[in-house]
Design a protein around this ligand. Structure first.
Ligand SMILES: Nc1ncnc2c1ncn2[C@@H]1O[C@H](COP(=O)(O)OP(=O)(O)O)[C@@H](O)[C@H]1O
Ligand SMILES: [Mg+2]
Length: 267
């Protein structure tokens, strides 16, 4: 298959929003990821597919520097391989996890305010010496948080509830909203459609298209083939930690290695 190489910019000559080169992860003797390279531009969606245990989530751990790994990571053309995870988030590389993770003692909107960082929170100095300024900043943050939640498909009726009280489909959207926070250059989603059906799936598909249109570079690990084939610009297929194939959805669907190893020969 004439797969696009990870280093070849697809759109004009601009650097990819996010590029990884020869990523590798080992857990002791287990090689979970070996020599994996891909790139995603602003406004594009890269799908990552592969069976359970293929190394998909480990790939995100590697990109976000959550564990020791081999290889390089470039954000907007800048080598960020040696930058700490919290700094990567500040630079606009954001990630949602496979499992929902909320502050369950806080309401939905308080969860959103908590991730807004400097947009929402005043320094201790301001709180003590400029309380009116701090209160005003918090009120503005509440307003911004409510807008962000609505934008991610979470209606106002849910904002005052605990995350545990809202429907599962809305919880998945909340996970994405919290990962995105006050903005992202590149957003990594790990199985966002897990457990979703019908209307929730449509809401997710719509959100992914919107984020693409707004210029976010999306990387989405997903098992739902219909979803990923319809929203992805390119797909990286992992199998036992190796990069089995890399190309457009059409190229992936007719790649004999993918058909044999993952999709099943009959498809
Ligand atoms: N923290 C860990 N410690 C040891 N092995 C792990 C750890 N996380 C993942 N693995 C192993 O690494 C391999 C890849 O796992 P993972 O990246 O979670 O795959 P996927 O997301 O594709 O299902 C699997 O064999 C898994 O058991
Ligand atoms: Mg996983």
């Amino acid at each position: 298959m004439p797969a696009t190489t990870a280093s070849t910019p697809r759109q004009g000559h601009s650097a990819p929003a996010l590029r990884v080169d020869k990523l590798g992860v080992s857990y002791g003797a287990l090689v979970a990821l070996d020599n994996v390279s891909w790139a995603v531009h602003s406004g594009e969606l890269l799908g990552i597919i592969g069976p359970n245990g293929a190394g998909k989530s480990s790939c995100y751990e590697a990109v976000t520097a959550m564990l020791p790994r081999n290889g390089q990571v470039y954000l907007q053309g800048r080598d960020v391989s040696h930058i700490a995870p919290y700094r990567l988030a500040e630079l606009g590389l954001k990630r949602a996890f496979q499992q929902n993770a909320f502050f369950n003692d806080l309401s939905v909107i308080e969860n959103m305010i908590a991730v807004l960082g400097k947009t929402a929170h005043s320094s201790l100095f301001s709180c003590v010496f400029r309380p009116l300024y701090s209160a005003r900043k918090y009120a503005l943050a509440s307003c911004f948080a409510a807008q962000q939640l609505e934008r991610f498909g979470i209606p106002a009726a849910y904002h005052g509830m605990s995350p545990t009280e809202i429907p599962y489909g809305i919880q998945r959207m909340l996970s994405i909203a919290l990962a995105y926070g006050d903005g992202a250059q590149a957003l990594l989603l790990d199985e966002p459609a897990a457990g979703l059906g019908g209307e929730d799936m449509e809401r997710l598909k719509h959100l992914l298209s919107e984020l693409k249109q707004q210029g976010v570079a999306l990387v989405v690990i997903e098992h739902h083939m219909d979803l990923i084939m319809s929203v992805a610009d390119r797909i990286c297929v992992l199998d036992l930690g190796r990069q089995l194939a890399y190309g457009t959805p059409a190229e992936i669907q007719r790649d004999p290695r993918v058909l044999e190893a993952y999709l099943g020969k009959s498809q």
